[in-house]
Structure formats: C-alpha cells, structure tokens
Design a binder for this molecule. Structure first.
Ligand SMILES: Cc1cc2nc3c(=O)[nH]c(=O)nc-3n(C[C@H](O)[C@H](O)[C@H](O)COP(=O)(O)O)c2cc1C
Length: 167
C-alpha cells in the first residue's frame, strides 16, 4: 500500500489555529530548589506510562521559568479547576515571574516543588529526561507523589478561552 503524498508545509499560524480547536486541561507547572522558585501556565501535559507513572510537559526554552526547571530537576503539575482562571492568567505572564507565589495556599509534597492546595490534582515529579524539539523542551517526568482535591468542576482551555466542565 502506498503512503499518501506528504501535505504541503503548514505555517506556524495555521498550526496554532488548528491547535486552538482542541480542548485541554490547564495546569500551573511549578518548581523550587537551588535554581529558585518559578512557574508558568501550561496545557501541554500528557500521560506517558503508568509503569512507572510518567508524564510529559513541553516547556518553551524562552520562558522565564525555564532555567529554574533545568537547575532544580523537579516540578509539580497542578491541574486547575473552575475558578482558577485568574491564577492561570497570572502564571501566563499577567504577573511578573517574581510575584506569582505571593498568595496563600501553597505547600509541598516529596520534591519540594510548590503544590497548589486547591489543585484538582497535583503530580509531584522528578525530571528524568529531556528532549529539545523546535522552540520547546519535552520534559519526561517521573511521578513521585500525588495530591487530590476531589469535587471541583474542571477547567478547560479551547478556542483561546477558558470553559468549565461540570464534574
Ligand atoms: C492556556 C495556556 C497554555 C499554555 N501552555 C504552555 C505550555 O504548554 N508550555 C509553555 O512553555 N508555555 C505555555 N503557555 C505560555 C506560558 O504560560 C507563558 O505565557 C510563557 O511562558 C511566558 O511566561 P513568562 O512571562 O514567565 O516568560 C501557555 C499559556 C496559556 C495561557
């Protein structure tokens, strides 16, 4: 069977427009350690394996938080719920990097990465591998601990805005 002919090159703008059609969960990805405390909003989180529990997150190397993730080698993926739209905007750049953790409600689990106590689910991780692809690094993360706040409605991002998915 012959493979279909390759598509013509796709522009970055067309790709972003296509990706805007997908609905994604929204997370605050955070870190702390010798490289300092840092975090950003991210949607590019995906499960890799349950044996051992592993997930991936794609980080733009140009983001202010990137050097801290690299140095600390740990991170926490804090999945947001309905009502966290403001936090998502803050960690996406509305608030300067040094002022993103001023509010209450942060703790930690195994690795020392900041855990949002109201997160729908928190995946506390050690970064075990890293692959550069284009502008981003794909970080492969081994899950060291979990924390769950049951009962909240989900927050989704689709078509460049936030939506609530009732539980
Ligand atoms: C909904 C949403 C999802 C995002 N997903 C990612 C992501 O997966 N990876 C990433 O590197 N940046 C992502 N960003 C961008 C970062 O949150 C942030 O805007 C960027 O790192 C600039 O932050 P800085 O001011 O700390 O440099 C996303 C932003 C939004 C609003």
């Amino acid at each position: 069977m012959t493979s279909p002919a390759p598509e013509a090159d796709v522009s970055a703008a067309a790709y972003r427009e296509a990706m805007a059609q997908l609905a994604s969960a929204v997370h605050l990805v955070t870190t702390d350690g010798p490289g300092g405390r840092a975090g950003l909003t991210a949607s590019s989180v995906c499960s890799v394996s349950d044996a051992p529990p592993t997930l991936l997150v794609c980080l733009n190397r140009a983001s202010s938080a990137y050097p801290a993730f690299l140095r600390n080698g740990v991170l926490c993926i804090n999945t947001l719920s309905a009502g966290h739209e403001g936090l998502a905007a803050d960690f996406a750049g509305r608030v300067p990097p040094g002022e993103r953790f001023t509010g209450e409600g942060w703790g930690q689990l195994e690795t020392g990465a900041p855990v949002l106590s109201e997160a729908l689910i928190a995946f506390d991780c050690r970064i075990v591998d890293r692959h550069a692809v284009g502008t981003h690094d794909v970080l492969i993360c081994a899950v060291a601990a979990l924390a769950e706040a049951r009962g909240a409605d989900r927050l989704l991002y689709a078509n460049r805005r936030y939506h609530v998915l009732p539980r």
